[in-house]
Ligand binder design. Structure first.
Ligand code: ACO
Length: 428
């Protein structure tokens, strides 16, 4: 294959280098495009064809259903690693040895407190506030309590900022939920594993000890691993682009949380459950909703189906489907919502509309079902996604800053009015 791409504009040929990634993906390097063509730009709404960066963190092949973090397959990681090991892997590039992992966890625990004044901010939110909005605000507010900016050229400062947020974020997550449910705000326990501590902080009642259920710990561990990174998705791109202005880590993460909130992205897991509830309330007629999803005059979409990148299957959905069956079986959950979910899944997989468009259940279709069985309120689902995605966002932010990437600033094709003289108000 040639190592150049040729572009002809108005009879003039311009050559651009082809660059090949380690998985033999080929990209056209158009860094010089505007310069050599006298200002010609590209238009690519939704960035469907645009690589915003070079990255060594996550590889995914949507056609083949491959997802790997730093070269390790998601299947092996979900089976053999725990969330903290995966977080370390994503952020620092290698799986930690036992000593490195112990130090990482110990350093995170040192920072597993937040300024008590954060509670005042939390108090000011109405109870009806959506937890994602609260979480985004509290994450941003952390900057006010930890105002020193991070020198990204110092490994030590970078490391400290990272363990700090990994320690504090689960507290914000737990408090966001507990506040809404009128539960006292605790700090968890340093004697517990990272994931066990999250469960305890979320669910411990003030009047009794919290007993860990290994099935739930294992399921949450898997869910967090599966959500930990997904290359340049909407929220991750938001984190990178926010951080590219040299805004701090916490506010960049806060921007990512806001991006994740939307129902076309992380908010889909909540939307899936709400859809299933609505179908149940409406008599459980899945066929009716299948027809609505296919009707182009109806804005309804089957939430939890389809993916921008995976056009064969979502490898995370495969793993999570097994986990969902395990959790529901072990907990002995019988839930009419699940029957509706299974019915929809079966019908969609056999339906020509969905087959033609390669619309398969995505990770969010099953994650909501597990969260529900675990007793996590529906509107906390996307918060749980954010908890899992945190190491990915951190890794991507760190990569972007240490590679000294320029400020993110896309171009546009202007399609508005050309120059027109100002019209006085009485003439309008
Ligand atoms: N239900 C019904 N039809 C759908 C669905 C769906 N869930 N998803 C896509 N389609 C149809 C579209 O109408 C379109 O049909 P057309 O070609 O006849 O016009 C075709 O499939 C392609 O859809 P696009 O929107 O162009 O696909 P895109 O890649 O832009 O969108 C997305 C992907 C946003 C995930 C979409 O499939 C969707 O809205 N799904 C539901 C929301 C969801 O589950 N989001 C979670 C994604 S996973 C994550 O963020 C972790």
């Amino acid at each position: 294959m040639s190592d150049k791409a040729t572009l002809e504009i108005n009879g003039q040929k311009h050559e651009f280098p082809l660059v090949t990634g380690t998985e033999n993906e080929v990209a056209i390097d158009i860094k010089t495009l505007r310069g050599v063509t006298g200002g010609v730009t590209t238009v690519d709404p939704g960035y469907k064809n645009t690589g915003s960066c070079e990255s060594a963190i996550t590889f995914l092949d949507g056609e083949k259903g491959i997802l790997r973090y730093r070269g390790y397959s998601i299947e092996e990681l979900a089976d053999k690693a725990d969330f903290l090991e995966v977080a370390y892997l994503l952020i620092f590039g290698e799986l930690p040895n036992a000593e490195e992992l112990a130090k990482f966890h110990a350093d995170i625990k040192k920072h597993a407190v937040v300024d008590d004044d954060i509670k005042k901010i939390l108090d000011a939110f109405p109870k009806a506030a959506h937890p994602m909005g609260v979480l985004a605000s509290l994450t941003s507010a952390l900057t006010a309590f930890n105002p020193t900016s991070v020198n990204v050229d110092s490994e030590e400062e970078m490391y400290n900022a990272i363990v700090r947020i990994l320690g504090k974020f689960p507290i914000l997550v737990a408090w966001t939920m507990r506040k809404k449910h009128g539960m006292p705000l605790d700090y968890g326990s340093t004697s517990l594993g990272y994931v066990e501590n999250i469960l305890q902080m979320m669910f411990k009642r003030p009047d009794e000890d919290y007993t860990q259920n290994p099935i739930l710990v294992n399921a949450l561990d898997k869910l967090l691993i599966l959500h930990a990174d997904h290359e340049q998705n909407c929220s991750t791109s938001t984190v990178r682009i926010t951080g590219s202005s040299h805004a701090g880590l916490f506010v960049s993460l806060s921007a990512g949380i806001s991006a994740l909130w939307g129902p076309l992205h992380g908010g889909a897991n909540q939307a899936v459950l709400e859809m299933l509830e609505a179908i149940k309330e409406d008599g459980g007629d899945t066929k009716k909703y299948m027809a609505k999803a296919k009707d182009k005059s109806d804005p309804f979409r089957l939430m939890g189906f389809g993916h921008r990148v995976y056009k064969n299957f979502d490898p995370r959905a495969k793993i999570i489907k097994v986990a969902a069956d395990e959790v529901l079986g072990d907990l002995g959950v019988e839930d009419p919502i699940l029957d509706i979910a299974k019915g929809l899944e079966k019908e969609a997989l056999e339906d020509q509309y969905f087959v033609d468009r390669k619309l398969y259940p995505n990770v969010d279709f099953y994650s909501g079902i597990i969260y529900r069985a675990m007793g996590i309120p529906t509107e906390m689902f996307t918060v749980m996604f954010a908890l899992g995605r945190l190491p990915g966002w951190i890794a991507q932010w760190k990569e972007m800053r240490t590679r000294k990437e320029p400020i993110g600033r896309p171009r546009q094709l202007y399609i508005g009015e050309t120059y027109r003289p100002f019209k006085e108000i009485e003439k309008r």
